[in-house]
Design a protein around this ligand. Structure first.
Ligand SMILES: [Zn+2]
Length: 286
C-alpha cells in the first residue's frame, strides 16, 4: 500500500467505533496530528511528543490526502469559532508546533525580541502571530519582496528579505544593538550561523526542523560565553493544541490559508510549496 501524506486534517465524522462515546456522525472536527499512548510518564505530564509510541498522522501513519481517515477518538476536536473546513484543516500541526516552541520550550515573555525565520511557511506564519499574542517584538524574514506586506499583515514589527539582506546586521540595526532573545528556527543549515550572530546574551534558539539540512558548524565559545540555550522542539501535546485553539474562538489568532487545491491536484500543490511560492498553508479539498 502506498504511503498517504497529510498531517493536518479536518472533516466530518462518518462513523464512530463501538467504544466511542460523545461523538456523532455528521459532526465537524479537526484532528490532533499526534498519536500517543496516553498512559506513560510523558503523556500524563503533557509531554506527548516524548512518548515512546508517539507518531505523527500522515508521517508515520496513513494521513489525510483521502476521502476517509481513521483516527483515535481522543484526537478529534470540535472546530473552534466560525472557521471553514479549509481554515480548520490549516491549523493543527503548525499552530501546535509554534506554540510548543515559543510558549513551552522557549518560555517567551512580553517585551522580548523574536526572530522568525521564513515567516511565509506554515509554521512561520503561526509563530509570528503567537509571538505577537505574547507581547513580543517580532522580526520576521521572508524570501521575496512580495511576502513582506503579508508578514506585516500578520503582525510582524519588522520584515527582512533573507535572500537580499544580511539578517544579523539588519537585526542589529532594527533592535538598536539589543539583538534577539528568542530565535525561531525550522531551517537548519542555512540559518544556524546567522542565528548565532543575531542572538542577544542569554538568548535562546528553538528549532523544530531542518528544511535546508541538519548539519551546521558552530563556535561553541559563543554558546558558553554568551550563555545561549539551544532548545529542540518536536510537535507538542494534545493539551497545548486545545490551549492554542482557544484563540481562534475570538479571532485573536487567524488561519493563514495560501490557496486551496482539489485533492486530485495534490502534485500541483506540492510544486507550489517546493517552489516557495506560498504564504501560509496550502489546503487540499476533498
Ligand atoms: Zn505515552
Amino acid at each position: 500500500m502506498p504511503h498517504i501524506s497529510g498531517s493536518d486534517i479536518a472533516g466530518e465524522i462518518s462513523e464512530t467505533g463501538k467504544l466511542v462515546s460523545g461523538w456523532n456522525a455528521g459532526e465537524k472536527v479537526l484532528v490532533s496530528p499526534g498519536i500517543r499512548c496516553g498512559t506513560c510518564e510523558y503523556c500524563t505530564t503533557g509531554r506527548d511528543s516524548l512518548c515512546e509510541s508517539y507518531r505523527i498522522i500522515g508521517y508515520e501513519t496513513q494521513g489525510g490526502y483521502a476521502e476517509y481517515v481513521p483516527v483515535p477518538a481522543e484526537n478529534m476536536i470540535r472546530i473552534p469559532g466560525r472557521l471553514s473546513m479549509e481554515e480548520a484543516a490549516s491549523l493543527p500541526l503548525v499552530f501546535l508546533t509554534a506554540w510548543h516552541m515559543l510558549v513551552t520550550r522557549a518560555g517567551l515573555r512580553p517585551g522580548e525580541n523574536v526572530l522568525v525565520w521564513a515567516a511565509g511557511s506554515g509554521v512561520g506564519s503561526a509563530a509570528v502571530q503567537i509571538a505577537k499574542l505574547l507581547g513580543a517584538t517580532v522580526i520576521a524574514t521572508v524570501g521575496s519582496d512580495e511576502k513582506v506586506g503579508k508578514a506585516k499583515d500578520l503582525g510582524a514589527d519588522h520584515v527582512v528579505n533573507h535572500h537580499t539582506q544580511d539578517v544579523p546586521s539588519e537585526v542589529k540595526r532594527l533592535t538598536n544593538d539589543r539583538k534577539i532573545d528568542v530565535v525561531f528556527d525550522h531551517v537548519g543549515t542555512a540559518t544556524w550561523e546567522k542565528s548565532m550572530r543575531s542572538m542577544a546574551p542569554g538568548g535562546r534558539l528553538v528549532n523544530c526542523g531542518v528544511t535546508s539540512g541538519g548539519k551546521a558548524e558552530m563556535d561553541i565559545r559563543y554558546v558558553f560565553v554568551r550563555q545561549f540555550s539551544l532548545l529542540g522542539s518536536y510537535m507538542g501535546g494534545l493539551g497545548e493544541l486545545l490551549q492554542v485553539l482557544r484563540f481562534f474562538e475570538d479571532g485573536r489568532l487567524k488561519p493563514v490559508v495560501d490557496s486551496v487545491f482539489p485533492l486530485k491536484d495534490a502534485a500541483k500543490a506540492h510544486e507550489r510549496m517546493e517552489g516557495s511560492q506560498h504564504f501560509g498553508k496550502i489546503v487540499l479539498r476533498v
